[in-house]
Write a protein that binds this ligand. Structure first.
Ligand SMILES: O=C1C[C@@](O)(C(=O)O)C[C@@H](O)[C@@H]1O
Length: 149
């Protein structure tokens, strides 16, 4: 069964209570549960990982080599700062989709640049927590295309 690794970075463990006017009321546990259920319906294994530390995120990306077929990543604030996470994603060469709950382009200028976007297969911003579901559906479609060809 194909594996899709969902990675969430710093402060996303606070979803539900963190600036709900920006990030909504859903918790990370709600999102993880929903994605696991959707993954089961779509026939893929969804593995979830959250960490607040950059090095742990890098290590988890490295461990995905040979395991994950796709990565969905919301690197939180590290999106805008982390060459290390960019290098890890490039290093393992696993296709990935970058997700942001908020529309980062409608926010502070420092959120407009991402160290990940030009390496991503695609980027989803501003769709709220539905962005994760959209990303998962996209990944499953891509994997199905690959297995047909
Ligand atoms: O932590 C986050 C969350 C975020 O990645 C989002 O999902 O909208 C946007 C980032 O700028 C911010 O630092």
């Amino acid at each position: 069964m194909a594996q899709i690794l969902v990675i969430n970075g710093p402060n996303l463990n606070l979803l539900g209570t963190r600036e709900p006017h920006i990030y909504g009321a859903e918790t990370l546990a709600d999102i993880a549960k929903h994605l696991a259920q959707l993954g089961a319906d779509l026939g893929v294994d969804v593995v979830h990982f959250q960490h607040n530390c950059e090095g742990d995120l890098v290590t988890r990306i490295q461990q995905a080599r040979g395991q994950a077929d796709f990565i969905i990543i919301n690197a939180g604030a590290y999106t805008h700062t982390s060459v290390a996470i960019r290098d890890a994603l490039a290093g393992v060469a696993i296709p990935f989709v970058e997700v942001h709950i908020s529309n980062v382009h409608a926010r502070e200028a420092f959120r407009h640049h991402s160290y990940l976007s030009d390496k991503a297969v695609g980027v989803i911003v501003g769709l709220g927590t539905y962005g994760y579901e959209a990303a998962l559906r996209f990944c499953v479609r891509e994997l199905a295309k690959k297995s047909i060809n």
